[in-house]
Write a protein that binds this ligand. Structure first.
Ligand code: DON
Length: 304
């Protein structure tokens, strides 16, 4: 498959969509990013890389970090994790409070904010140095020692994150948070603030792309079933209340973030990341989704 030609073609085709949507501004630091950027990088199982545009520009990965946090939490808790959250699509926005109240403090899945806040709590309970251990794990799967948190983005989100604070309070009320709420929220925002580029994200997601290979990075060891199941949750819950639409248009497991990144996996073939900051009303990158839709359409490669 000539992925380089295909990506170049797609890159030209998505230019007219560059002005559609709106970049996230509820985290003030994200509103400062130049929205007229597009990056894409595909890495296959042989390690061959194909990229276009701003593939080496780092951006805020935001909710994409929830996949890495889930991997760590599954390693620590195994199936006990599912006593504290579900694995069903939520059908509501990523920061919804309503469902959490009706379901008595048990988040629908690990990728909505409520679920990821419980995961942050679990990591704090288990790890001696959670901040260090989390970034070390991400650096190791991304094969990049310079990947880091952006402390000012984390602070910017924590200062204005009233909705996440409400979610954390509701979780605590239902006894689904063990640690101090402020500490949990700070750690959650820090995980979301990691900056990576399309190449680094694709490299990191490649570790999840083949569940038949051993997953063992910085002490995070997952069984082949666990890796397979992380992919399953990405497929059903990776795009919040647009997971069905993503599945329909793209047909790959993946995860988005409000920084405009989308990382996706073709199991046993490749990992691909597309980035462009402007988002649709569900919080997913307009151009990112378009790129991946064109990729699976033009290559006729998808899991379906
Ligand atoms: O908690 C938040 O709202 C952000 N740190 C992450 C949200 C996010 O990326 C949702 N993604 N599409």
């Amino acid at each position: 498959m000539n992925y380089q030609n295909i990506l170049e073609n797609i890159y030209n085709q998505v230019q007219p969509f560059l002005n559609e949507g709106k970049q996230a501004d509820y985290i003030p630091a994200l509103a400062k990013v130049n929205p007229e950027q597009i990056g894409v990088c595909l890495i296959n199982m042989k390690g061959e890389q194909y990229s276009m545009g701003n593939a080496e520009t780092r951006f805020s990965i935001q909710s994409i970090s929830k996949v890495f946090a889930l991997a760590m939490a599954l390693n620590l808790e195994g199936s006990n994790l599912w006593k504290r959250m579900g694995k069903e699509p939520s059908g509501t926005s990523f920061n919804s409070l309503v469902q959490l109240e009706i379901e008595k403090g048990i988040p629908r899945n690990p990728f909505i904010n409520a679920g990821a806040i419980v995961i942050a709590d679990i990591l704090l309970s288990h790890l001696a140095n959670p901040e260090e251990e989390f970034i070390d794990f991400v650096r190791s799967i991304a094969q990049s020692e310079t990947v880091n948190y952006n402390f000012s983005v984390a602070r910017s989100e924590r200062t204005c994150g009233y909705l996440n604070a409400a979610i954390a309070n509701l979780l605590k009320y239902y006894n689904n948070i063990e640690n101090d709420i402020e500490h949990v929220l700070q750690f959650y925002c820090l995980m979301c603030s990691i900056e990576m580029n399309c190449k680094e994200l694709s490299q990191a997601f490649l570790c999840f792309a083949d569940h038949t290979k051993e997953f063992n990075y910085k002490g995070v060891r997952l069984s082949s079933s666990q890796v397979k199941r992380i992919n399953a949750i990405m497929q059903t819950c990776g795009f919040y209340d647009e997971s069905g639409e993503f599945s329909y248009r793209v047909g790959l497991p993946g995860k988005s973030g409000v920084g405009g990144g989308i990382a996706a996996i073709y199991p046993q073939r490749y990992a691909v990341t597309a980035w462009s900051p402007r988002l649709n009303s569900k919080g997913n990158s307009v151009v990112g989704m378009k790129i991946l839709e064109l990729l699976t359409t033009e290559t006729k490669e998808s899991i379906f």
